[in-house]
Design a protein around this ligand. Sequence first.
Ligand code: NAP
Length: 506
Amino acid sequence: MKNNFAKNPSVVVIGAGMTGILMGIKLREAGITDVTILEKAHKVGGTWRENTYPGVACDVPAHMYTYSFRGNPEWAHRFAHGDEIQSYFETVAKEYGISDSVRFNEAVDECHYRDGKWYLTTSLGNRLTADFVVAATGILHHAAYPEIDGLDSFKGDKFHTAHWNHDVSLEGKRVGIIGTGSTATQVISEISKTAGHLTVFQRTPQWVCSVPDKNYSETDKARLRGNQKLMTRLSERYAFAFRNIFTAAVTGNKLAHAFVNWTTRRNLRKSVRDPELRAKLTPNYKVGCKRLIFSSTFYAAMQRDNVCLETTAIQRISERGVVTSDGTEHALDVLILATGFHPFNFMRPMNLTGRDGLSIDSAWAKKVQAYRSVCLPGFPNFFLMLGPNTPIGNYSVIAMSEVQSNYVLKLIDQWRRDSLETVEATEEAKARFNAYLKAGMGKTVWVGGCQSWYLDPDGDPAMWPYSWEQWAQEMEEPDLGDFHRGLPARIAPAERVPPQPAEKAA
Ligand code: NAP
């Protein structure tokens, strides 16, 4: 592609999941030819490659969960199954020539900035130098294992949902599952069909909204084939509904919240007839405080004869099963941990240092924050996709990545035309941005009296508290006043504590 820029940067993209593929496509479209994509695994797909548990699906409608420029007429379900999504990303990566240029089975171990360049060392011992680094490393990929006494003593089969052991058949077995989040509800809906007996260990009930699935017929698919316009219209319709109902409901729109509250409570009332079970499944916090669960199958699964809901606290794990605080030992053959992820690990275990030896652990020692989610002061020419306070939630994370990738490309363009010597947001801009976020949190539902991965260790939501439209509009053009012009002041040695050994990925 011909362009009028003075410079053509070298860019390393870390990760070939949904965002890494997108960045590869966008960088090439922008005429940037020196792009290296490094992927730790053997194929593209990120979270959809990793999560293969029974029932894995996306609870955002499939036609909305696609790249805006590449609709998919082949979706078989309104809520696409994991393997369909994986296959979509593999197809798009191939079509756009991304898969051929990814270096697979090569993780980034070290990533250090010095005098205008990034120096990377990979797991294969290779060294790379780049002008820019884009961390497309995803959000929820470090499985969280519960801190329960005796967890390792269990003699049966045990695994986390993110590392499903497909060699273990559940048919006819006594299965226990810890957790009732978005993942667990999908797993429970599926495995309750075959397990001999399933005990669901619930610490906190969840609000569940029913949006029925739909199978797309061959006629439906034929209508969409070759018609990107129609697919875009379909996607926009879903996005409009999700934004104005679910996103609005959690960010302070009272009417939207009243509606979601009503429909969610009604779903529980209508779906679960037994008052005792219903009481156990009823949360005591606001609808939407934890990520809202979309499922039209979970409550039915919980009422199968072979399923039992256990709400007594877990005391410990024994060799034979789970012991609850009332002294009961629930004997199990298989124990499934649907206990979620460490949401603030981001690029770990990569060892990352920015300008003047500032390590990411030092930069985030007090709080995990960024400027506009993607820029980290002290880390010039480095972008963290889907970073803190991205408006994740019940919406398409692909749409978020597209907005952020356009923003990042505009910043790289500033460097290409020499308007910015390096792209680095100032500390003041970050502080101002985070104060602005904090000011909006009070009216959101996340401060509605629950615990969830949305909250950071200080109890502050790491979310975007305003509307989607406001976010997209503010991300439209970078405000160059928030970036360093010329050489920034050196980072004080006190802030440069040596890098800590990064937490290993599970
Ligand atoms: P999660 O929402 O963090 O849920 C973890 C579950 O494990 C909770 O029920 C939690 O209980 C329970 N738990 C954790 N530690 C425990 C302990 N020590 N003892 C007892 N229970 C314990 O994790 P997730 O279900 O994997 O979902 C994480 C996120 O992944 C979602 O919010 C969503 O963003 C994403 N996701 C998306 C989809 C999709 O369809 N788009 C599907 C799956 C996941 P408490 O509630 O009491 O903490």
